[in-house]
Ligand binder design. Sequence first.
Ligand code: MEV
Length: 313
Amino acid sequence: MKSKASAPGKVILFGEHFVVYGIKAILCSINKRVTVTAEKTNGKKISINSKIGKLVLEPNKSISEINSPLKPFYYLANKAIKNEDTGIHIEIDSEIPLGAGLGSSSACCVAGSAAIFKLFRDISKEEILEHAIEAEKTIFKNTSGADCTVCTYGGIMEYDKNNGFKKIEDKPNFQLVIVNSNIEHSTQSMVSKVKEFENKNKEKFSNLSDLESQLVKDVLKLVKENKTKEIGEKMNKNQEYLEILGISNNELTKMIRIGQSSSFGAKITGSGGGGCIFVLTNESNSKNILKKFKDNNYECFSTKIDFKGLNTF
Ligand code: MEV
């Protein structure tokens, strides 16, 4: 028997990094997915196969000894197997660009958690999410949980790490264009960089957190009123705060200025240092924005909000 699940990638619209410190963020999931297929096998091995590589190991290995980006899948399979006399084979198929701040690892953890545990028993979305966050912690121990949460439930949501998520029911009519810097980055090291900033600049960080918190409150009102232009202005403000934290660089700033000059707003999404930016636009202008970035040799695509979240089949 095979068990299959898919989960969407995500964009952090507002509040990345600050969310790690308990400030509310606004996120949405996007229409690019990871699909994970799991099946029981004879012989006690956990084998994982994806475009980025393979991992084949006996169960019950210590996670700290495993040096592979596929270890969240091993963690999940090992937990699900417990003492049962079986192996598991896992196949991963992804349309989300890797390591680009679009939630590919969170979507993997969520779809992996669902596909693997469903081989053994029925499991609720809440429990799938819990295991997914544990699995993500094997590669990024300080995760706020925001990414896995939006990949599980889909749509647009507000999220804070102490109170969880609340779906935003209004369906805004803006469009997003995502542009990839193709600069690799590590979420773990960018989060450590912000921690260093916070340690050295306590008062400045606290002031910025207050500003971000107010900005998110304002945006929640603007989303209800469908005021795209004003939401774009808040994005540009949020980008300024991220630049103060030191997570932008020359290339990202160049991309953002291109986006800001021809749309409502543009900012980094995710941990920064590389990865993607996104541009807020509307249907009539999105082709123009795509052309502008393509003319400058950037990889870009327009995306829609996914309202489905985790899907099992
Ligand atoms: C990464 O996509 C978002 C960060 O805020 C980290 C997190 O929330 O866990 C940088």
